[in-house]
Design a protein around this ligand. Structure first.
Ligand SMILES: [Zn+2]
Length: 259
């Protein structure tokens, strides 16, 4: 479902897309300590960011600011996707590739300025028409714009969290090569070296549905969960975007464009 659900009912997290800020809507019965634990921030920081003097008294319905969360408008920033890329494999020809993407040889030739359509070498990156970037979670989900939220040890959150029911399918935004990683913090995780030149990171998967190796775009690779240090939070996909294999950037503009 191509739907960015900004508001979450039931007192979960709220991402205000227009302002690029994040918050938490207090639910009846919530305590500040519980909320702080869920958001993985110290209670005093949460109280400080919201000018709360009495931590035992918070009103339901109030939207709490996350301490240290970016105030940079998420409307600006890197948006990846837009040009679907196919890396030619040995034995493939343009006719076969055109069929695969429901396009024509002529379109591929023009778009990629190919001189000899009968001679396309393996490893060549072709731009192909069509929708080019798949939202990494299928079905109902909630993208939370929580880039740069503080994390223990002086770290900041280097991605966005996409909340969904445990078992929701996680898919590759683009084609590329998957590498599995497992760790105490990441839980079950994947790196995807995208054919678009960018690296993607997916953490806290409940189950792997794919091993390492080459995958197509929109390939199912696992399910949403809360493995690793996410075990104290509701199931979500921790998602990172590393343009050109470099440092992570806020993936929210990209997620908002394609999810
Ligand atoms: Zn995360």
């Amino acid at each position: 479902m191509r739907l960015l659900r900004i508001l979450v009912t039931g007192g979960l997290l709220v991402a205000a897309a227009s302002a690029g800020t994040t918050g938490y809507t207090v639910r009846k019965g919530d305590t500040l300590a519980q909320i702080a634990a869920r958001l993985r921030v110290p209670v005093k920081d949460l109280a400080g960011a919201n000018g709360i003097k009495n931590v035992d008294l918070i009103l339901s319905g109030r939207v709490l600011k996350l301490p240290g969360a970016t105030s940079t408008p998420a409307t600006t920033g890197t948006v990846v996707g837009g040009n679907r890329v196919h890396v030619v494999r040995a034995g493939e020809n343009l006719a076969g590739i055109a069929v695969k993407y429901n396009t024509t040889v002529r379109d591929l030739v023009t778009r990629n300025k190919i001189r000899n359509p009968n001679l396309v070498a393996a490893g060549v990156r072709l731009e192909v028409p069509g929708a080019s970037w798949a939202c990494p979670v299928r079905g109902h989900y909630t993208v939370v714009s929580n880039w740069a939220a503080p994390r223990p040890g002086g770290h900041t959150h280097e991605g966005n969290d996409i909340f969904a029911k445990r078992g929701a399918l996680v898919v590759t935004p683009v084609s590329g090569v998957l590498r599995q990683v497992r760790g105490k913090i990441a839980g079950n995780a994947f790196y995807l070296a995208g054919d678009d030149g960018h690296t993607y990171y997916f953490a806290h998967l409940d189950k792997y549905l794919r091993g390492p190796g080459r995958v197509d775009a929109a390939a199912t690779i696992g399910t949403v969960g809360n493995t690793g240090d996410a075990h104290v939070t509701p199931p979500h996909l921790h998602f990172e975007l590393h343009p050109n294999n470099g440092r992570a950037v806020d993936p929210f503009p990209t997620l908002r464009r394609w999810c």
